[in-house]
Design a protein around this ligand. Structure first.
Ligand code: ADP
Ligand code: ZN
Ligand code: ZN
Length: 684
């Protein structure tokens, strides 16, 4: 008889916690069911049984499980093993994975009496409407099922061929080539084989435009999993996947890799290059694309990565022969790819032909488009009104009191805001330093672009899409809806407007400053710039007429700019890979950051030095730093970062052991005990 259970708790401490099973519970205790347990001082937590055994732990007081929540497991054994893999690979605790994986509602201690709690058991979730659905694929005679073009058919065939030798295939298909239509065919085939499908998308691309399109074909067999969904909705999807009538297709954002699948056969990762697939904060700092690939390989499922602008990592894997590769290089309907014209802003400035952010060429193209009742997208990757303000006399710049950044001016709210911690303050009427009343605005954020463009085109209907206008999902959808319906003429936005959107009437796209993208302090800046510019360009001319893109830059001669103009991904790839190899960056080396945070500047410096000293003893030259990240103080915490560059062949468990041990030792020292130390593996 089993007497003990190892329980996963949603805490950042390593490993599981052993509890005893009161006699009455023994028969109901199963791996994968939730339990309520005491933890720490007077606290209780909802945890999950990971293992049952009868080895009594020695030398510690073992507390008893208070309650068993579920009749049936809510987490399947293969999910538990995936969690462990994530914890090991991304250097966090399995508790942190548990916390990220389960919808919030399922982690709360139930308040109702034990009997009524059964209503949440999977079997009760079988929705009656499901019974009426044919399960033999006959529903696919739906009229919205697309007929593929010859080029799409060739690509589909190519994917099948690649899958015979590679579990993962990369579909490199230009913008508007109809990748979604190919996905629809692959999904239908998987359903006919009785398999489940996971269709993974970056947060921002998961629009109702897309889900409507999929729902038109697959109806109720499709479930959507989204972070803006309520906890109840998310818990419902989770439990339904455990029921006897699960969704056959899940379309979802990165956290949907945590959902239970019993017969996963196909994983599609759309816009696979998106940085958004990587969770930045909190732990687990996982990359959902990579986790999905691992998950698929364990389930013996096929993977399709789709994008017009592959990540260098995936393209490298394809060139190495680890992944299959299929190209689709024509647009659906044989529409030409847009013409990209470079606008040399340096030259225009020198000749005093331009003052603000708009070149005469761009304004002329916009005028033509608007008079032809076509639409325009303007892309500027800074939100707010002005990136910063400065005193004209003494040079004072308002800064966040908690973070190491200047405040961004937002005109509509009349406030200055920190984009790192959300701190806001009123814009001062005079400089607090010298009393001067002339405060200057530097640079152009989307808010100011919107205002200026409205003055230049008073007749036009202008809308803006950035973090500030899309707080709710409905606001985001409304902006897209109005634009798609032709109720907006000009859409101004941040990188949000570069993502997988499909509009009919956009004929002109303006990239207001390529330099903002290029000058990011990041070794991936050029790769990202290429991706963003090619993607936003891809929004133009998706139907009949060829679109036009105006690319404004101070660096007109830069090879990368020429590569964007030529749409020459391979040239960009070769250039960037040469640098990556030379400077030992991914994909040639694996990278990991060690972050340290503390309230006190003196302690953080000592901790960082001590960390480097200890790591160098183990890893030698592979340790770089410590350095201050681009923003070195956030929310009153000072930050230091140490970088590790590791040869891919280095044994991962040895690396993990050394890092975990160093962390534990440092935190055990009283000076550093209140510091935070965490890892970011494969940072993006
Ligand atoms: P991508 O994702 O490759 O950028 P989409 O899948 O959004 O391209 O397709 C671009 C447009 O072309 C969409 O409006 C889509 O409906 C249309 N389209 C693509 N392929 C087909 C097809 N086979 N039949 C009908 N319409 C298609
Ligand atoms: Zn001043
Ligand atoms: Zn701040």
């Amino acid at each position: 008889m089993t007497c003990f259970a190892d329980v996963i708790l949603p805490v950042p401490l390593q490993g599981c916690f052993t509890y005893s099973l009161p006699a009455g519970f023994a028969s109901r205790a199963l791996v994968g069911v939730r339990v309520v347990v005491p933890f720490g001082n007077k606290k209780t937590h909802v945890g999950l049984i990971a293992r049952l055994h009868n080895q009594e732990p020695q030398g510690i007081e073992v507390k008893a499980i208070l309650e068993i929540v579920d009749e049936n497991p809510v987490v399947l054994p293969h999910q538990l093993s995936l969690w462990q893999w994530i914890a090991d690979y991304y250097l966090c605790s399995i508790g942190e994975v548990f916390k990220a994986a389960l919808p919030g509602k399922m982690k709360k201690a139930p308040t109702r009496p034990a009997t009524s709690r059964r209503t949440i058991a999977p079997s009760s979730l079988d929705s009656p409407s499901l019974d009426s659905l044919p399960s033999d694929g006959s529903f696919l005679g739906s009229s919205s099922f697309p007929t593929l073009s010859p080029a799409q058919q060739t690509a589909l065939h190519g994917i099948h061929q690649q899958w015979q030798q590679h579990a993962v295939c990369l579909l490199h298909g230009v913008t508007s080539s109809g990748k979604t239509e190919i996905y629809i065919h692959l999904i239908a085939e998987a359903l006919q084989r009785g398999e489940q499908v996971l269709y993974l998308l970056p947060e921002i691309v998961l629009t109702s435009q897309l889900t409507d399109r999929l729902q038109a074909v697959f109806g109720d067999r499709l479930g959507v999993y989204h972070s803006k969904y309520t906890d109840v909705q998310r818990a419902h999807v989770w439990l339904r996947q455990l029921s006897s009538e699960p969704y056959d297709i899940i379309v979802g954002v990165r956290s949907s890799v945590f959902l239970p699948f019993r017969k996963l056969g196909l994983v599609i990762v759309d816009e696979e290059h998106e940085v958004n697939f990587k969770q930045q904060d909190p732990a687990p700092r996982y990359n959902a694309r990579n986790v999905a690939i691992l998950m698929a390989s364990r389930a013996k499922a096929r993977v399709l990565l789709g994008t017009a602008t592959p990540s260098l990592d995936s393209y490298y894997n394809a060139r190495l022969g680890k992944y299959g590769l299929v190209r689709l290089s024509e647009r659906y309907g044989q529409v030409q790819l847009p013409e990209v014209e470079i606008v040399d802003m340096k030259e225009l400035r020198r000749k005093r032909l331009v003052h603000g952010p708009f070149s005469p060429q761009l304004l002329e193209q916009m005028r033509q488009a608007l008079s032809a009742h076509e639409q325009v997208i303007l892309f500027q990757n800074r939100r707010g009104y002005a990136p910063h303000i400065e005193c004209h006399v003494c040079g004072w710049v308002p800064r966040c009191p908690h973070c190491d950044v200047s405040l961004t001016m937002h005109a509509r709210s009349g406030r200055m805001t920190c984009h790192y911690c959300g701190f806001t303050a009123e814009i001062p009427a005079r400089c607090p330093n010298c009393e001067n009343t002339e405060l200057r605005q530097h640079g152009f954020g989307t808010e100011r672009i919107e205002e200026d463009i409205q003055l230049l085109f008073p007749e036009a209907r202008v809308a803006r899409m950035d973090l500030d206008t899309t707080h709710t999902r409905s606001a985001y959808e409304a902006i897209l809806h109005d634009f798609a319906a032709g109720e907006t003429d000009i859409l101004v936005g941040t990188q949000m407007v570069t993502k997988g959107l499909d509009f009919e009437r956009v004929s002109v796209v303006g990239i207001l400053s390529a330099d903002n993208l290029l000058n990011q302090p990041d070794f991936r800046a050029y790769e990202r710039s290429f991706q963003m510019m090619a993607q936003v360009a891809g929004r133009a001319g998706r139907r009949q007429r060829r679109g036009k893109v105006l690319l404004q830059t101070m660096e007109a001669r830069l090879p990368l700019i020429q590569q964007v103009v030529a749409g020459d991904y391979d040239a960009m790839y070769i250039d960037q890979m040469t640098e990556r190899r030379q400077f030992a960056y991914p994909p040639f080396f694996r990278m990991a950051f060690i972050y340290m945070k503390h309230r006190r500047a003196d302690i953080i410096s000592r901790l960082a030095e001590e960390m480097v000293l200890r790591l160098k003893a183990v890893f030698g030259q592979r340790v770089l730093g410590p350095d201050e990240p681009p923003v070195a103080r956030v929310q009153s915490l000072f930050i230091r970062r140490v970088m590790l560059k590791l040869e891919p062949a280095l044994p991962r468990d040895k690396v993990r052991e050394a890092l975990m041990q160093t962390k534990a030792e440092l935190l055990a020292a009283s000076t550093f005990s209140s510091a935070q130390i965490y890892f970011d593996v494969d940072p993006l």
